[in-house]
Design a protein around this ligand. Structure first.
Ligand code: JHZ
Length: 394
């Protein structure tokens, strides 16, 4: 049974940065109700009413996975590690974005699947790219043109696909007998521990745990045999999955992770109700802090036009009353406006200057990288604000 536990209100599509805020554009803005629920049978947390992927993954898709140094390094390191460990003949990535992971493999070995046309166009110059949504039909098409795949990799994508049956049956079809399917996604335990409720938005249809993942894949003749805790995006899990008959034995760290998750109560609805209370408190505290700073005539901006910020801004109703603008390094976000609350987005060269007193960390997951980069800002008395793990000035 699915039970609701968190209501984040009316939300726009996290990726729908507006090129204008004239009436014509605002009128067409799409909103949905962001309610999050818990499945008491398989312990899966999900968005109650997922948005149609055709509205989300268009040729205007904004996110570039290679935009941070942290992620460029992380993808290179995991690509080398997997190459060494599994020695795959054929590697496929589902949701290959701008190719930041696949570019670390020999060109001939790789296949990319990327439904956003603008991104698929980028990578098709470098390696074979299928500009399609991942499903059984596509897996059949790929199999007609290629051999089976020894390594499927998918980072921050499987959680985005509403149809789990299609996802895993298609993966089963294409995977070689002893092939491995690796999934990386934000972990539920991290979200609960650090109160990062902004990991809930339209694209994150599912937030997995080792508990839920082991139960789900069983339904499709697959086996979760290992799991690794990684620091990406504020705490993620890397799931290692093979066919039921695959050679891999269940690892000790999988057992340990599942035990820890049970201890944290990820199999218990009450845990999520408590989390929802903490989310409400976080909202109140953030608004109070911003109001206090504004009364003192401080200039506040937001750092990083993240999808996560869409949730925070729209849930807390934070607009230009508090933040003069948002800065972001991504070219195709600059000059646009944030979804729903319509805060202008500027390139850091134009907006991150001496006039700024406080910068809210929209990209809190890159805190280390940003603090290192912005030493000058900190030196001259500039301060960052975060809501993770609690609302505070840093
Ligand atoms: P970042 C997206 O979410 C969407 P977002 C998606 N659903 C998902 O799961 C994750 O990515 C993986 C900018 N920035 O990675 C770049 C600076 O301006 O936290 C990015 O626009 N200066 C697929 O958007 C944004 O911040 C900097 O110094 O929540 C970070 O976005 C750095 C380091 C980043 O993902």
């Amino acid at each position: 049974m699915k039970k609701n536990f968190l209501n984040l209100g009316k939300q726009p599509i996290a990726n729908s940065f507006l090129s204008s805020i004239s009436k014509n554009f605002i009128r067409k803005e799409y909103f949905y109700k962001l309610v999050v629920c818990f499945n008491t049978q398989n312990f899966l947390v999900s968005v109650k009413d997922p948005v149609n992927p055709k509205i989300q993954y268009t040729d205007k898709y904004a996110h570039r996975a290679s935009e941070s140094e942290t992620m460029r390094k992380a993808f290179k390191s995991i690509a080398l590690k997997l190459q060494k460990k599994f020695k795959p003949e054929k590697v496929m990535e589902i949701g290959s974005n701008d190719g930041v992971f696949l570019k670390n493999f020999p060109k001939k070995k790789v296949l990319a699947v990327e439904p956003c046309e603008n991104l698929a166009k980028l990578t098709k110059k470098k390696f074979k790219t299928y500009p399609n949504f991942w499903n059984k039909q596509l897996s059949k098409k790929i199999l007609n043109e290629n051999s089976k795949v020894d390594l499927i990799f998918s980072s921050n994508t499987i959680s985005h696909i509403p149809n789990l049956k299609e996802t895993f049956e298609a993966a089963y079809n294409i995977l070689s007998n002893n092939g491995v399917f690796i999934i990386e996604d934000p972990s539920l335990s991290s979200i609960i521990k650090i109160n990062s409720y902004d990991q809930f938005y339209d694209e994150h249809v599912y937030v997995f745990s080792a508990l839920s993942m082991s139960s789900i894949v069983k339904e499709y003749n697959l086996k979760l045999f290992d799991v690794e805790k990684i620091s990406n995006h504020g705490g993620s899990l890397r799931y290692y999955i093979c066919k039921q008959k695959g050679d891999y034995k269940l690892s000790l760290r999988l057992k340990k992770t599942i035990d820890e998750e049970k201890k944290l109560g990820l199999n218990n609805y009450a845990t999520f109700k408590k989390f929802a209370k903490r989310v409400e408190k976080s909202k109140k505290k953030l608004i109070t802090l911003l109001k206090t700073l504004k009364k003192k005539n401080k200039k506040i901006i937001s750092y990083g036009a993240t999808y996560k910020s869409t949730t925070v801004f729209n849930y807390c109703k934070i607009g230009t009353k508090y933040f003069n603008y948002v800065t972001d390094t991504t070219k195709n976000k600059q000059g646009k406006f944030t979804p729903g609350m319509h805060i202008p987005i500027l390139p850091p060269e134009k907006g991150f200057n001496e006039s700024v007193d406080y910068a809210y960390l929209g990209a809190w997951n890159f805190k280390k990288e940003i603090m290192k980069k912005e030493k000058e800002f900190i030196k001259r008395g500039g301060k960052f604000i975060t809501h993770v793990p609690e609302v505070k000035i840093i």
